[in-house]
Write a protein that binds this ligand. Structure first.
Ligand SMILES: NC(=O)c1ccc[n+]([C@@H]2O[C@H](COP(=O)([O-])OP(=O)(O)OC[C@H]3O[C@@H](n4cnc5c(N)ncnc54)[C@H](OP(=O)(O)O)[C@@H]3O)[C@@H](O)[C@H]2O)c1
Length: 249
């Protein structure tokens, strides 16, 4: 259903993984889509070709989400090139996991960089977008079920970056509600993207912690992003939607 016709979407981290599925789902629903990337110029270009093949305008912009001075120019470029901004999907993130917080060999610089990208970068993008976004706009951030239920050691810093976005999104939902801009978080479970490089299958012990013991498909999450972006989700704001087979149930 083309219920996003005439809308302009910005999807951060649209060169690989979940971001690609989101960008294509929004384009399929009729939106023009700008994606960002950090390193993968060719992959981003290929995604733009796929957006265009769906009959929509596409654009890839290299923009490091860890550089908070880049957010305002990014949003300005979207508006300059595509005329407006209706949908922001904060998808780009780093996942530096595997070390406990008391591990003397933990890479704390990598943790700090993750806070910069996953929290400060997302916040500065929301701030910039909120100033120019059309009334009735949509802000959707991709979190993780770990923000609600940790379940395993070694994920503290990553989970906490995503939990911060939940709090920020609820506050932003209040701040922007008068303009009918909705702000929501989608918390996927484990998905077999590059972020999980080295894992061919989700380990049984993790699957067995879910009500439905299956990996999450990126298309399922993209479909939820599209729904929250559309007119049927007018009254959903400040919400956290888990798509994780019941990990948090
Ligand atoms: N995979 C999972 O199991 C899982 C589970 C729960 C939640 N999530 C969340 O889902 C979202 C997507 O994850 P994914 O698995 O698709 O990740 P991914 O495969 O690692 O892809 C990450 C994307 O983000 C971009 N990116 C990374 N750092 C960036 C930066 N500093 N500036 C701009 N773009 C940057 C990458 O661009 P380049 O290609 O240029 O590097 C790439 O397009 C993330 O928010 C993640 O936390 C993932």
């Amino acid at each position: 259903m083309k219920n996003l016709t005439g809308k302009v979407a910005l999807v951060t981290g649209g060169s690989r993984g979940l971001g690609v599925a989101i960008a294509l789902e929004l384009a399929e629903a009729g939106a023009d889509v700008v994606i960002t990337y950090s390193q993968s110029a060719q992959k981003a270009k290929d995604v733009v070709s796929k957006i265009e093949a769906l009959g929509q305008r596409g654009l890839a912009i290299q923009s490091d989400q860890g550089d908070i001075t880049a957010s305002a120019p990014l949003v300005e470029q979207v508006v300059k090139e595509f005329g407006s901004l209706d949908i922001l999907v904060n998808n780009a993130a780093l996942a530096n996991q595997g070390s406990k917080i008391d591990d003397p060999n933990a890479d704390t610089q990598a943790w700090d960089r993750m806070w910069q990208v996953n929290v400060l970068g997302v916040i500065s993008t929301i701030r910039a977008a909120s100033k120019v976004m059309n009334n009735g706009g949509r802000i959707i951030s991709i979190g993780t079920g770990l923000a609600t239920h940790i379940g395993v050691p070694g994920v503290t810093e990553y989970a906490a970056t995503k939990a911060a976005i939940v709090g920020y999104s609820k506050g932003a939902a209040r701040d922007l509600g008068a303009r009918k801009i909705t702000v929501n978080v989608i918390q996927p479970g484990i998905m077999l993207t590059d972020m999980q490089a080295g894992i061919e299958d989700v380990p049984d012990f993790l699957l067995n912690m879910k009500a439905i013991p299956e990996a999450v498909e990126i298309e399922d999450v993209a479909a939820a992003v599209s729904f929250l972006s559309g007119p049927n989700a007018n009254n959903i704001t400040g919400a956290v939607l888990d798509i994780n087979g019941g990990w948090t149930a």
